[in-house]
Design a protein around this ligand. Structure first.
Ligand SMILES: NC(=O)c1ccc[n+]([C@@H]2O[C@H](COP(=O)([O-])OP(=O)(O)OC[C@H]3O[C@@H](n4cnc5c(N)ncnc54)[C@H](O)[C@@H]3O)[C@@H](O)[C@H]2O)c1
Length: 285
């Protein structure tokens, strides 16, 4: 089946970024969120990003207009029924994702492939909420999506080879570099590597070994990473870090190494960030 129209669930940080790269690659996009306010926010974020691209002369004003013209923001989930391929980027909540996939299954043609942008959760379990688990896979983009090249393509327990091929090809058409995650394992590749870094960075600060700024500086200058762990958490939001560490703890034999540090829990309890604002780590220290 030729993919012309891509349905994106969620107009948040990731949903809007994914909608943008899909539209930039020439696809028609239907981006759905649960409230008009979120849809508008997602469209505004895309507009801002493209305006900067125009300023930097990476995109012409006409191209910007054409890209935006290919994205339809909607609240009604029924509109996703016309999609040829679906990418889900709702909140990192397994029950919510299962509900969304069951709904998609009811709405979309049987041959349509569904993918989830989950950072850590089981593709197999999400797929089991549908009647087409062979056509469900993980398609894990990174933040900020228009700039980050990697897409992890994740095989669920029942995902077919044909589905993996279609998802891999689509990632390339969207200008990304896919890698194959051959087993549905929590956190896939990048987050399994990243989370121990993040947890240890927070513990170093808790133990008074170094300041947040110096940990970030050490990682940038000593490991040549472009960003330190605290700067990265400011970008992604710490709610996601805590969801992922809790999930790893439960899924990966309740090993102590995945227990969220007290400082992370305090930051969340102090509710300094809300769901979408920056953590502001340095300010907190
Ligand atoms: N932020 C990151 O750095 C990052 C990176 C990679 C993957 N992810 C994953 O992407 C997903 C989305 O993360 P985010 O950072 O964009 O979150 P976000 O909070 O910015 O956006 C999520 C959006 O989903 C919407 N939503 C909730 N229920 C919905 C439904 N039934 N239908 C449509 N929309 C619905 C919310 O209203 C919200 O606007 C999560 O699974 C997350 O783990 C996040």
């Amino acid at each position: 089946m030729e993919i012309e129209k891509i349905g994106v669930l969620g107009a948040g940080t990731m949903g809007s970024g994914i909608a943008q790269v899909a539209a930039q690659a020439g696809f028609q996009v239907v981006m759905r969120d649960i409230d008009e306010r979120f849809v508008k926010g997602g469209l505004a974020a895309i507009d801002r990003f493209l305006a900067r691209s125009v300023e930097k002369e990476k995109v012409t004003p006409d191209e910007k207009k054409a890209i935006l013209g290919r994205i339809k923001g909607v609240v009604s989930i029924e509109e996703i029924g016309a999609a040829d391929f679906v990418i889900e980027a709702v909140l990192e909540d397994l029950e919510l994702k299962k509900t969304v996939f069951a709904e998609l299954d009811r709405l979309c043609r049987p041959e349509v492939i569904f993918t989830s942008n989950t950072s850590s959760m089981s593709i197999t379990e999400i797929a089991a909420a549908t009647s087409r688990p062979e056509r469900v896979a993980g398609m894990h983009f990174f933040n900020p999506t228009p700039l980050m090249k990697l897409v992890e393509v994740i095989r669920g327990f029942q995902t077919s080879d044909a589905t993996i091929q279609v998802v891999t090809d689509l990632a390339r058409k969207m200008g990304k570099e896919p890698i194959q995650v051959k087993k549905d394992s929590p956190g896939f590749v990048v987050n399994r590597v990243l989370m121990p870094h993040v947890i240890e960075a927070i513990r170093l600060v808790e133990e008074g070994v170094a300041s947040m700024e110096d940990v970030d500086k050490a990682v940038k200058l000593g490991l040549n990473y472009p960003m330190g762990p605290f700067e990265l958490m400011d970008l992604t939001g710490i709610d996601i870090v805590s969801h992922v560490t809790d999930y790893f703890f439960n899924e990966l034999n309740k090993e102590n190494k995945w227990v969220a540090p007290q400082l992370l829990k305090s930051m969340i309890r102090a509710n300094r960030l809300g769901r979408k604002t920056k953590a502001g780590w340095y300010e907190y220290e």
